[in-house]
Ligand binder design. Structure first.
Ligand SMILES: C[S@@+](CC[C@H](N)C(=O)[O-])C[C@H]1O[C@@H](n2cnc3c(N)ncnc32)[C@H](O)[C@@H]1O
Length: 386
C-alpha cells in the first residue's frame, strides 16, 4: 500500500516495523507517535506490531491517505456515478480545481466529491483517494522538472477538458483497484488515531507516549502545500491563490512574518543562519534568511512538543536529510542533535547513509553551486528521566 499514493515518505514500511519492534522490546502496550505522519507509514507499522498509535499531520490530504492505509474497513462498496449537475460557469470558475480543469470537468469532479459526503467514512475515504489519483494522473503535465512544484494552467487553452464519461470511468476503476489492494494489505490490532493538527501544538497529553518514529519536512524547499495542491483543490482548498493551510506547513516557501522573536537557535542553527545571511547571492539576507528562521522555529516548536508528550525514558527515532543552501551545507541532523540535547534527550545512535538523488540535483539553478554528497541520518535518542 505504500505506493498507493506518491508521498515523500522518508522511510519504508518494513524498516518502520523493524524499528518499532526493536524500540519497544516487543512490548505491544508501548504507545507510538508520529507528529509528521504523512501517508501513515509509522501508524501502519505500529498497528501491525500491535501498538496503539497517534499520527498527526497538518495536511488533510496526508491524513486521508493514512486513514486509507490504517483505518478503512474493507467493505468493497464502490460509489456509482452520481447524477450530473448543470455546469454553472460562475461557481465552477471560483473552484480551486479550475486552476487546471475546464468548467465541465470541474463540475463533474465536484459532483463526485459532493456525492461522497453522504457515504460511510470507508466509502468516502476510498472515493476521495480515488479522485486524488485520477486528478494527479491527468494533470501530470503541470509538474515541472521538480515534481513537488506544480504549476497551474496559464490560459484557458491550457485547461484540461476531460469529458464526464471519461472521468466517471477513471474514478470507478480507481475505487475498484483500491478495494482490491486493500483486501490483501497488511492490517494489525493496534488502535490508531489519525488527527489533523500541527506539530507545534500536539493534541496529546503530556507523558503519554513511549516511542516517536518520524521524519519531519527537511530544509529542502519542498512546500507540502504546493506539492499536494491538486488534491487539496479536490477538498476545496486553493493553496495556489490563498495562504490558507500552506503558510502553516513546515518548510513552506511563504513567510509568516512572526518568527524572528520566537526563535532561540542553538549553536549549529545559529551558524547556519549566519552563513545564509552573509551569502553573496540575491535575497540571502532577506527572504532566504527569513525562510530558514521560520523553518528552524517550527522544528524547535516540534521538539518542545515531542519532549512534552514523551514519558521519561521514552525514545525518539528521526530520519532526516542534510541539504545545501546554494553551496552552504545545511547540517539538519546536527541541528536536531543539538535541539534534542538542549531538551534532555541523550543520543543513543546515529547512522548515516549517502543520498544519491535529491531535489537540488533536479533543479538547474541549484546545480550551479558546488556540493559534496548529501547524507540521510537515522538519529535515535532516549529522554532522560527527570
Ligand atoms: C517527510 S513527510 C513525512 C512522511 C511520512 N514518514 C510518510 O510515511 O509518509 C513530512 C510531513 O510533515 C507534514 N507537515 C508539514 N508541516 C506540518 C506541521 N506544522 N504539523 C504537522 N505536520 C506537518 C507534511 O504534510 C508531511 O506529510
Amino acid at each position: 500500500m505504500a505506493d498507493i499514493f506518491p508521498y515523500y515518505a522518508g522511510f519504508a514500511f518494513d524498516w518502520a516495523c523493524k524499528q518499532l519492534h526493536v524500540q519497544s522490546n516487543g512490548d505491544p502496550t508501548k504507545v507510538v507517535l508520529d507528529p509528521w505522519n504523512g501517508s501513515g507509514t509509522t501508524t501502519l507499522a505500529a498497528q501491525v506490531d500491535g501498538h496503539p498509535s497517534f499520527g498527526i499531520d497538518r495536511n488533510p490530504v496526508a491524513n486521508l491517505v493514512a486513514q486509507l492505509r490504517c483505518q478503512v474497513r474493507v467493505t468493497g462498496k464502490v460509489l456509482l456515478p452520481p447524477r450530473r449537475s448543470r455546469v454553472s460557469g460562475r461557481m465552477a470558475a471560483r473552484d480551486a480545481l479550475s486552476n487546471w480543469f475546464s468548467l465541465t470537468s470541474v463540475t463533474r469532479i465536484r459532483d463526485w466529491v459532493r456525492a461522497l459526503q453522504d457515504e460511510s467514512l470507508d466509502t468516502k475515504i476510498v472515493g476521495l483517494v480515488s479522485i486524488f489519483r485520477v486528478v494527479r494522473s491527468v494533470t501530470e503535465r503541470f509538474e515541472g522538472s521538480n515534481p513537488t512544484w506544480v504549476k497551474r494552467a496559464k490560459s484557458d487553452d491550457e485547461l484540461l477538458n476531460i469529458s464526464p464519461d471519461v472521468l466517471d470511468d477513471a474514478i470507478l476503476a480507481e475505487q475498484e483497484g483500491l478495494w482490491e489492494r486493500l483486501m490483501s494489505a497488511p492490517r494489525g490490532v493496534g488502535r490508531t488515531s489519525i488527527v489533523t493538527a500541527s506539530s507545534d501544538r500536539l493534541p496529546i497529553a503530556e507523558d503519554s507516549v513511549d516511542i516517536i518514529l518520524t521524519s519531519p519536512p527537511y530544509l529542502t524547499r519542498i512546500d507540502y502545500g504546493v506539492a499536494y495542491c491538486r488534491e487539496l483543490a479536490v477538498l476545496g482548498i486553493d493553496v495556489l491563490n490563498s495562504r490558507d493551510l500552506r503558510a502553516g506547513l513546515m518548510g513552506t516557501t511563504l513567510i509568516r512574518g512572526d518568527t524572528a522573536n520566537q526563535l532561540k537557535p542553538g549553536k549549529i542553527a545559529c551558524d547556519l543562519l549566519h552563513r545564509v545571511s552573509s551569502h553573496s547571492s540575491k535575497a540571502s539576507s532577506g527572504y532566504y534568511l527569513k525562510q530558514t528562521m521560520q523553518y528552524l522555529r517550527d522544528l524547535s516548536a516540534g521538539f518542545d512538543e515531542m519532549t512534552r508528550v514523551v514519558k521519561p525514558g521514552g525514545t525518539l527515532c528521526m530520519v532526516v536529510q542534510d541539504s545545501y543552501y546554494k553551496d552552504e551545507p545545511v547540517p539538519l541532523a546536527d541541528i536536531c542533535i543539538d535541539e534534542a540535547g538542549a531538551r534532555g534527550w541523550n543520543l543513543v545512535l546515529r547512522e548515516q547513509f549517502p543520498v544519491k538523488r535529491t531535489l537540488t540535483t533536479l533543479n538547474k539553478s541549484a546545480r550551479e553551486y558546488k556540493k559534496s554528497q548529501v547524507s540521510e541520518s537515522v538519529i535515535t535518542f532516549s529522554l532522560r528521566s527527570a
